[in-house]
Design a protein around this ligand. Structure first.
Ligand code: IVH
Length: 789
């Protein structure tokens, strides 16, 4: 075969593949390969066509933009075509663009003494969504259309009206009688995450990225679905116009803004290519922290007169260019799936990938979350997959390219035994508790049942136990912990306190000084606050906040350990599910043994810093009515529970009453339900146990009427801002919380007090504006001292 015939057949192959990708992207909103892959195929085709111009045909994907409209929507012909943009990938591409602009405008290049006229550019982020045209007649939104193939789009008038920041009517005055506004419809990163979470929960389809989510949401035949999706609009240009507009691009965008149109906050003016490059770098650095996804920035010659002079080439303006960022999605091969065991024993699939560079970082592993996700993706080992790396999130497998599945692809199977310790792997059950009944369903998580006998779980448990916000033992890194576990020197957190100099000195990277330092750090951790200790235990679902609540409210480990699930639900923000996790953690005999060893004076000798006295907050929330309500008696709500409590005043009286007695205060159906509930011995016993526990904790039902003074700062909200010199923010926060205050991140009229250290900025300004109480660190320390802290 000749080179030309090889090229001809490759060209046909590329066109067929690009047509298919185009159709899936523009019509179905379901692209099967990432944009970067599309770009590569497109460039290969373009290069071949440049080499063999005779092979270019009018139907080649290089000769058109976009794709046909989906026939279900009406068609709209664009009066002014909706064009595409040329791309710059390297800085040199941008300098070439600037050179073409200057040549096109016949501007001298300048000499050693300067003197060259500078071209002004508007700089905007290139939002990753889909282009939309909005037509305003006499200031009223009359039509919305997609870009389609650039000359004909789809009529999505009904759908665009559901986008919250699209004005249905222009504000102010001076707008042209006919004004076609163009811009991007997109979804913010958080909107996308929330939508996917909701879709997962409701068993709906999830989206691979915010762009697909925006496209799929906008092109819905049922506009109610569009309305329920977090879509946003950002305007970047105009189409047909009848009337006057400013003579620069930025001038026009600013006028549009005055008329109520959302434009980018990042819009900037640059003088010449150098300032454009500086803009590119600045936005590039902030790319991850922007609330929406962008795939580059767009530079446009600012003067409309210049734009007219430069004109168009094929379907791209000569006066604008997109300078792209590295793609967030790439294709690679799934070499294998391995299973990792986490702190709570969850066995999770991890994708081992053929290394691929995604936005400048080489990725060779990606998360697959859980087995439900593996099923949802339909992924097999050997598949070609799309990998996405957005911000600091762990890279994810988002899609399988089914067309590229090899014949020998293998299914992903969950192992029957733990890959680390060999214990059995169980599928977790989801328990739903409602109206005194428990129903079970299969969860998506698989767990190794080995607990601390599993080296993987033990290592993670120890890493968590010693971490800064837990027991805060410095000098004990992950590597050291791995060695300690692998060499059998520790089998539980308690063993940390039994470590000897001779054992540590033999570990890698330790010498006499570091060894003594570590032993000292371990010894120094022996008096943790109760909250730190509870957090350090690593109870599933108990994070720092929950640990603080348990410590603050119950005030002793003894109570936390004994508390029945229902009793735990009296605590703020603790629901029944978490309550059951806490209860079963402390019911486990191995956990009890470890805790006992940690606290035993002869063994580890930890001394918890406990408040000891049950908090006023707890006493205030415990009432007989609340307790009856928590029993979840069928058909009895909080109102019924209150009536029973008012009439009978204590549990035994209710247990002894017959339904006719209850009838005096409750409707017949409820009265019978209560009687029937307590006729079940298990229910009656449970109620008695809860009451007994509450009484053992020092509660009495007569407290129902007592008004209890809370902690000194109960009900107050404090804000910490600027830097504190005498203590860390974490410590200051902990102290305030111990006094009952909430510590918030922002200042509002409800803020009780602002502690402002050096460097305080907008929060302090806002506080003074609102006339709030403000103190510096010295005054704060005095205030703490007044409370004995
Ligand atoms: S201007 C004639 N400005 O990128 C100029 N486009 O690759 C036409 N896009 O179809 C477009 N942000 O969907 C322009 N600030 C921006 C943009 C932008 C995103 C999209 C738009 C367009 C595509 C071109």
């Amino acid at each position: 075969m000749t080179d030309a015939s090889i090229a001809a057949s490759r060209i046909l192959q590329l066109r067929a593949e690009l047509d298919e990708h185009n159709y899936r992207y523009h019509v179905l909103d379901e692209p099967s390969v990432p944009d970067a892959e599309y770009d590569r195929l497109f460039h290969e085709l373009k290069a071949l066509e440049t080499l063999y111009p005779a092979l270019v045909t009018a139907d080649s994907p290089t000769q058109r933009v976009g794709s046909l409209a989906l026939s279900a929507f009406g068609e709209i012909k664009h009066e002014v075509p909706m064009l595409s943009l040329g791309n710059a990938f390297e800085e040199t591409d941008l300098l070439d663009f600037e050179r073409r602009v200057r040549e096109g405008l016949d501007l001298p290049a300048g000499d050693l003494f300067g003197g060259a006229a500078v071209v002004e550019y508007s700089c905007e982020p290139k939002l990753d969504g889909l282009a939309v045209s909005l037509l305003y007649r006499d200031g009223l939104l009359v039509r919305g259309a997609t870009r389609g193939d650039g000359s004909t789009g789809e009529d999505i008038s009904v759908n665009v009206r559901t986008i919250r920041n699209v004005p249905l009517k222009l504000q102010g005055e001076g707008w042209p009688v006919v004004l076609e506004v163009r811009g991007e419809v997109f979804m913010s990163k958080s909107g996308f995450a929330a939508l996917n979470a909701r879709q997962l929960e409701q068993g709906g389809k999830t989206f691979a990225n915010p762009r697909n989510a925006a496209a799929g949401s906008l092109r819905q035949l049922d506009s109610k679905i569009t309305a329920s999706r977090p879509l946003e609009f950002c305007c970047y240009g105009i189409g047909q116009v009848q009337g006057e507009l400013p003579s620069t691009h930025i001038g026009i965008l600013e006028a549009l803004k005055q008329w109520g149109m959302p434009i980018s906050r990042e819009l900037k003016l640059a003088n010449g290519a150098d300032e454009c490059l500086a803009y590119y770098r600045d936005i590039g650095e902030r790319r991850e922290s922007l609330v929406y996804e962008i795939d580059g920035v767009v530079f446009k010659v600012n003067s409309l007169a210049y734009q007219r002079e430069l004109g168009f080439r094929a379907r791209e303006p000569r006066w604008a260019i997109a300078h792209k960022f590295p793609a967030l999605e790439e294709l690679t091969e799934l070499l294998d799936v391995e299973f990792q065991v986490g702190r709570t024993g969850a066995v999770t699939p991890v994708a081992r990938l053929k290394p691929v560079k995604v936005a400048g970082v080489t990725v060779s592993n990606a998360t697959l979350h859980n087995m439900d996700e593996v099923v949802r993706l339909g992924v097999m080992i050997g598949d070609t997959v799309t990998i996405r790396r957005a911000g600091d999130v762990i890279p994810q497998v988002v899609q399988v390219v089914l067309e590229r599945r090899p014949v020998d692809a293998r299914p992903v199977q969950i192992p029957e035994s733990c890959p680390v310790c060999g214990s059995h792997v169980e599928r977790t059950q989801l328990v739903k508790r409602s109206k005194g009944k428990e129903t079970f369903s299969e969860g998506s998580v698989y767990r190794c049942v080995g607990r601390l006998t599993c080296a993987a779980q033990l290592k993670q448990a120890i890493i968590h136990f010693v971490s800064r916000r837990a027991m805060d033992i410095e000098g004990l890194g992950d590597k050291t912990i791995e060695q300690l576990v692998d060499e059998g020197l520790i089998t539980s957190p308690a063993d940390l306190y039994r470590l000897k100099f001779e054992q540590i000195i033999n570990l890698e990277g330790f010498a006499e000084v570091s060894c003594n330092k570590l032993l000292q750090a371990i010894a120094d951790s022996k008096q943790p606050s109760l909250a730190r200790f509870i957090y350090a235990l690593g109870i599933p679902d108990v994070g720092e906040e929950t640990a603080k609540v348990l410590a603050r409210v119950l005030a002793s480990l003894e109570r936390v350990q004994q508390a029945l699930p229902e009793v735990l639900t009296y605590l703020p923000d603790i629901g029944l599910e978490v309550a059951h996790e806490i209860h079963s953690f402390f019911a486990d005999s191995h956990n009890r043994q470890v805790i006992a060893a940690l606290l035993s004076r002869d063994e580890c000798g930890l001394q918890l810093q406990e408040q000891g006295e049950l908090s006023a907050e707890f006493s205030a929330s415990v009432t007989l009515a609340a307790m009856l309500d928590k029993l979840n008696i069928p058909s009895v709500g909080p109102g019924g529970a209150q009536k029973l409590a008012d009439k009978f005043a204590n549990l035994e009286a209710i247990l002894a009453a017959d339904w006719l007695d209850m009838r005096q205060t409750l409707p017949e159906k409820q009265a019978k339900a209560v009687r029937e509930f307590f006729d079940n011995v298990a229910n009656a016993e449970r109620a008695r146990a809860i009451e007994a526990q509450l009484q053992a904790f020092g509660m009495h039902w007569h407290s129902e009427k007592k008004v209890i003074a809370g902690l000194p700062l109960a009900g107050q909200t404090w804000v910490l801002t600027g830097s504190l010199e005498m203590m860390s923010r974490d410590v200051a926060k902990e102290k305030l919380e111990n006094l009952g205050a909430k510590v918030a991140g922002s200042v509002s009229a409800k803020t009780s007090c602002v502690v402002a250290g050096p460097g305080a900025g907008s929060k302090l300004a806002k506080a003074s504006e609102l006339g709030l109480r403000v103190m510096d660190e010295a005054q704060f320390l005095d205030a703490l001292a007044d409370f004995g802290l």
